[in-house]
Design a protein around this ligand. Structure first.
Ligand SMILES: NC(=O)C1=CN([C@@H]2O[C@H](COP(=O)(O)OP(=O)(O)OC[C@H]3O[C@@H](n4cnc5c(N)ncnc54)[C@H](O)[C@@H]3O)[C@@H](O)[C@H]2O)C=CC1
Ligand SMILES: O=C(O)CCC(=O)C(=O)O
Length: 417
């Protein structure tokens, strides 16, 4: 039966099906992996600044916890659906296994437009959400983190609300916190740093240096802005960037530090003086060596995949490529570093943050970054070794690597299928 290409959960299942068949996964485990182990839907009444009550819908999904507590971000966005959160939770299971950190997969979301909430409304919404999902989260159960529309301040409210309920300060309940509350050095830029690490590895596979390579980045939030900055600092030439409001280009290379200053004030890349405006629709097909989709799902589709001119795609976003686009990119010789490998930098440093909270001993930034390079280069090598072993593409290689590790944990725990 054809799948709905724009349904993120069906897109995850489609890749899982291919990987499971190639790997020879038994039917029972396949069925377990095809559905999340727990989905919670909560209704969140919030007193708005205008004196009226709004009722928001929130979700927390735990896909699999065989390897450890569920781990994954919280998304605030109007397009959040249960199926999207189920997909994001499953991707967290696979990511944590690919990079071999001892977590399962979880994710949360609230249907809201965070740009239209005041700080106070956002705080009340976050606190109500955490109070509602209180029973299923915790340092040994499920550890949230930031995702689209949430940030370190949101995580501070998560920590505080949870701590008020358990009547002690529990900073390991959430990661991506401010530094002064037990956050880790390096977490804010970790997903971007992971993109730098995997982009360098991918270019090396093509026998090309990263320095001098041209780059286009879709999305200039937490992930896209840090990826652009770090790639720029590593000597790559970032020539095009877009966000939800517009896009800019400069063939000689954008000055990313100046662009960051502009965005801090203007809240968009549009209007940046050191660049020309670009039609945002053409960002993904801009002629570059490396394309970094770092915005949202379903951006590279059957409709535009053949026009992609990049040699390498490093998927900063979760699920930016639809299943139908995969074979088209492959046919055109584009090397895709899949999301469940390319964007694991965030969860890896979240793991380091959780370890530091539990140790009560904090690491230097250099130690965090060196460990991140170590974890991610291992994950990259293991993914490509699996890809070669199964004669498949890197996305399916990453799924096979992950499901092998999760299946092994399931069997150790007594799931003898
Ligand atoms: N924050 C994190 O640590 C991690 C985030 N991710 C994924 O990375 C992606 C981005 O997340 P964040 O940077 O945290 O979100 P964010 O909310 O900080 O930034 C999102 C950016 O994408 C832009 N954007 C949204 N739709 C767009 C479109 N259609 N075209 C161009 N730009 C668009 C927004 O304007 C904004 O600049 C998401 O898929 C998220 O799940 C993955 C791993 C970790
Ligand atoms: O840092 C984390 O725990 C998870 C971040 C996240 O939501 C993701 O990797 O998609």
């Amino acid at each position: 039966m054809p799948i709905d290409q724009t349904n993120a959960f069906e897109a995850m299942q489609a890749r899982l099906r291919v990987a499971s068949q190639l790997y020879g996964l038994d039917d029972a485990l396949f069925k377990v992996f095809m559905a999340p182990s727990r989905s919670m839907i909560v209704s969140l009444p919030v007193l708005m600044d205008n004196g009226h009550w709004e009722v928001f819908t929130g979700y927390r999904v735990q896909h699999n916890v065989a390897r450890g507590p569920a781990k994954g971000g919280i998304r605030y966005d109007l397009n959040v659906t249960l199926d999207e959160v189920k997909a994001l939770a499953a991707w967290m299971t696979w990511k944590c296994a690919v990079v071999d950190v001892p977590f399962g997969g979880g994710k949360g979301g609230i249907v809201c437009d965070p740009t239209r909430l005041s700080l106070g409304e956002k705080e009340r919404l976050t606190r109500r959400y955490i109070a509602e999902i209180m029973d299923i989260i915790g340092p040994d159960r499920d550890v949230p983190a930031p995702d689209m529309g949430t940030d370190a301040q949101t995580m501070a409210w998560v920590l505080d609300t949870y701590s008020m309920h358990v009547r002690r300060t529990e900073n390991a309940v959430v990661t991506g916190k401010p530094l002064g509350l037990g956050g880790s050095l390096g977490r804010a830029e970790a997903t971007g740093r992971g993109i730098l690490i995997t982009a360098r590895e991918a270019m090396q596979r093509l026998g090309k240096p990263l320095a001098g390579a041209t780059v286009a980045v879709q999305g200039f939030g937490n992930v896209g802005s840090q990826a652009a900055r770090l790639l720029h600092e590593a000597g790559a030439r970032v020539v095009a960037i877009s966000d939800i409001q517009g896009a800019v280009k400069n063939d000689r290379g954008l000055d990313i530090h100046a662009l960051l200053k502009h965005v801090a004030e203007a809240r968009t890349v549009a209007g940046f003086r050191g660049a020309e405006p670009l039609d945002p629709k053409t960002l993904l097909t801009h002629p570059v060596d490396i394309l970094v989709p770092a915005a949202s799902e379903n951006q590279i589709t059957e409709a535009n995949a053949a026009q992609v001119r990049a040699k390498v795609i490093v998927e900063g976003a979760n699920g930016p490529t639809t299943p139908e686009a995969d074979p088209i990119l492959l046919e055109h010789g584009v090397l895709v570093v899949p999301d469940i490998l390319a964007n694991v930098g965030g969860v890896t440093v979240s793991y380091f943050e959780w370890v530091q909270n539990r140790q009560g001993f904090y690491w230097r930034e250099r130690e965090v970054n060196e460990r991140l390079v170590d974890y991610m280069t291992h994950a990259f090598q293991a993914t490509f070794a699996t890809t070669d072993k199964y004669k498949t593409n890197p996305r399916i290689g990453a799924y096979i690597l992950a499901l092998d590790r999760v299946a092994q944990a399931m069997r150790y725990r007594g799931f003898y299928a």
